[in-house]
Design a protein around this ligand. Structure first.
Ligand SMILES: Nc1ncnc2c1ncn2[C@@H]1O[C@H](COP(=O)(O)OP(=O)(O)OP(=O)(O)O)[C@@H](O)[C@H]1O
Ligand SMILES: [Mg+2]
Length: 294
């Protein structure tokens, strides 16, 4: 039995009586457009709606989320895989009952895992699926392999873009690269656009329409518009204080907007959620499978 087949068997065995978390992968073409702020504040709003939320920082380059939350996790995903730490050890408590997991070097090392480590990790991720209702993955920016692997393996993606022309062209470039990937199956992935730092509703609609026109014309991908977050000086003020804006400034325009996004996400649960083929264990095994094929 090869490694991929073994993984499929574990998944089959576990899928019978199994609760899957809804996994939302947050990404962008260009860096610095607001992914980490969206991930953290969306997590807080979803938690306020009664969901158990965990944020996974999959951007191994920069410790984004921890800086934003002003917390320093003791352990990360690599400690779970290689150093005998438990799932509880690597989940750090954040504000408003959200949990936080730092990917650390664990994300890069996914390529180097032995068969036993893969099986162990997959089982731990099944436990994580049981623990969480929603898992938000904050990815790095740009069209690098690691980001694309997460997006390809995800069933729900939030693609953040700002009205800056380069942000829009880079968002399109990401979709174009995705469209070319053999492992990417458009029907299995819902891609929702979040327009960040907009000055008006019109500007947000224009941003989506511009992107949607070229995507429809040239790619076999469908995108939807989730909503917008306005340009709001409270965001950078909160970043400086290392506290999420939705807690520091709950009545600010950005907080109200992110709360609306959370409501909209809850109203429209993807068809695949809570069925076979979803969840964080499945997502990682998709990634691991594509790695073992190479
Ligand atoms: N809605 C907003 N209004 C005003 N400023 C914002 C808004 N969203 C983000 N910013 C600014 O953009 C900066 C970058 O945001 P953030 O770190 O969330 O982006 P990112 O996409 O995660 O970046 P990276 O690609 O480096 O991970 C913030 O520190 C903040 O100053
Ligand atoms: Mg970030």
């Amino acid at each position: 039995m090869d490694q991929a087949e073994q993984l499929r068997n574990i998944i089959k065995q576990q899928s019978l009586n199994y609760k899957f978390a809804r996994v939302i992968t947050v990404t962008s073409g260009k860096g610095g457009v607001g992914k980490s702020n969206l991930s953290v504040n969306l997590a807080i709003q979803l938690s306020k709606l009664g969901k158990r939320v965990i944020v996974l920082d999959a951007d191994f380059g920069l410790a984004n989320v921890e800086v934003m939350l002003g917390i320093r996790p003791q352990y990360n995903l690599a400690d779970l895989i290689f150093r005998g730490k438990s799932l509880q050890d690597i989940i750090t408590d954040g504000p408003e009952r959200i949990g936080f997991i730092s990917g650390g070097s664990g994300i890069q090392e996914l390529t180097n895992l032995t068969k036993d480590q893969i099986i162990f990790l997959t089982q731990k991720l099944y436990e994580l699926d049981e623990l969480a209702d929603v898992i938000i993955i904050d990815t790095g920016a740009g069209i690098n392999d690691s980001v694309l692997e997460f997006v390809t393996a995800s069933s729900e993606v939030l693609l953040v873009a700002t009205p800056e022309p380069t942000s829009l062209t880079d968002a399109y470039a990401l979709l174009k690269t995705l469209n070319r990937k053999a492992e990417f199956i458009a029907e299995n992935t819902s891609i929702k656009i979040v327009a960040n730092r907009v000055e008006s509703v019109d500007e947000a609609n224009q941003l989506f329409n511009k992107l949607n026109v070229v995507v429809n014309k040239f790619l076999s991908i469908k995108i939807d518009f989730l909503g917008a977050i306005p340009q709001d000086s409270n965001v950078s003020k909160a970043v400086i204080q290392q506290k999420p804006y939705s807690l520091l400034y709950p009545n600010s325009p950005s907080s109200k907007a992110v709360s609306e996004l959370a409501n909209r996400l809850c109203e429209n649960t993807p068809k695949k959620a809570n069925s076979i083929g979803s969840g964080i264990a499945q997502l990682f095994s998709n990634i691991l499978r594509s790695k073992t094929k190479r």
